[in-house]
Design a protein around this ligand. Sequence first.
Ligand code: PLP
Length: 388
Amino acid sequence: QYHVAERVRQLRPSPTLAVSDRARALRQQGIDVIDLGGGDPDFPTPTHICQAAADAMFRGETHYVASAGIPELRRAIARKLQAENRIPVTPDEIIVTPGGKAALFVSILALVGPGDDVLMFDPGWVSYEPMVIMAGARCLHVPLLPEENYRITREAIEAVLTPQTRLMIVNSPNNPTGRVLTREEADAIVTVAQEHDIVVISDEIYEKIIYDGREHLSLAAFPGMAERTLTVNGFSKAYAMTGWRLGYVAGPAPLIRQIMKVHSHSATCATSFAQWGGVAALEGPQDVIDAMVAAWDRRRRFVTERLNAIPGFRCPLPEGAFYAFPDVSGTGLSGQEVAQKLIEEAYVGVTPGDAFGASGSGCIRLSFATADELLERALDRIANVFGR
Ligand code: PLP
């Protein structure tokens, strides 16, 4: 029996990775498994981005760089945030990190500790809670309901708020629900944050993956919010660069200075030549994103239609990101049980909704960042197992 830190012993391993593990194990037995569990764009990284990184590597950009990131990338990010998101931020107020995930982790670790509460929405992304626990702080969950289309209200937030609440984590477009924050919901968040002096982490990693002409709202652009908002974003989803591990956090200088200590003593810096790929991504043609989003838009309609035809499944049309999050409680089974049945009987890997919190326990999450032909076969198999 080894000694392990208590804050780590209480963590569950990532439930989204557990699905991929089971899918891999079945595949090794020669079974043709279709994995809809992951969150990885099914497109290659655009060539001009790869070329820029390769050029940088052959130029000798293979050493440590400034811990906060190369100036060229921080300038490009600042320009993007100012022009597209209306966030008044300078290159000095940005840290480039190995992925959006690392940006979230160093920010949470820097901002909260024992005695502090962190408010988040349920269902929500799987890694927020473990990060808060690793920081030694406590999670407060605001339950959002499928029958209310996961609507965020001021009342719901205030019902769980404590005087120790220091941080609120918001994610739009949302993983897993596909919801995009409305102006009313954003106003509710902004009001509570300002009245109770709370810092907001706005995870905008799916910003570019948004449908039906909806508008992406950056919380830091609201009046009085730039000084209390950390905007987290990255290159994984918009530019199909998940393996590059490249993301960033932007926010007020006094907070960024504190976060820098954690980042510089842990990651040192994000990979040097990958950062040059990031510059090419931001400064190069943006129509590479449109092509992917057009494919996901088509698949989103297809998947939703097929799921709604299955007895006991009810699937709202995702407003953003690339996940369908049907409520399957009408089958009489929990999300866990449906996911179990699907991997064992249909050989389709999906993520049980309770991985994202108690409010998701009647749901499953399917990623449609998957080739059309595979999606069609997966939906046929799901419909077969559930008797249609
Ligand atoms: N935030 C959300 C909501 C995500 O779904 C993900 C990835 O799945 C991330 C952040 C982190 O992405 P990355 O670390 O690849 O930038």
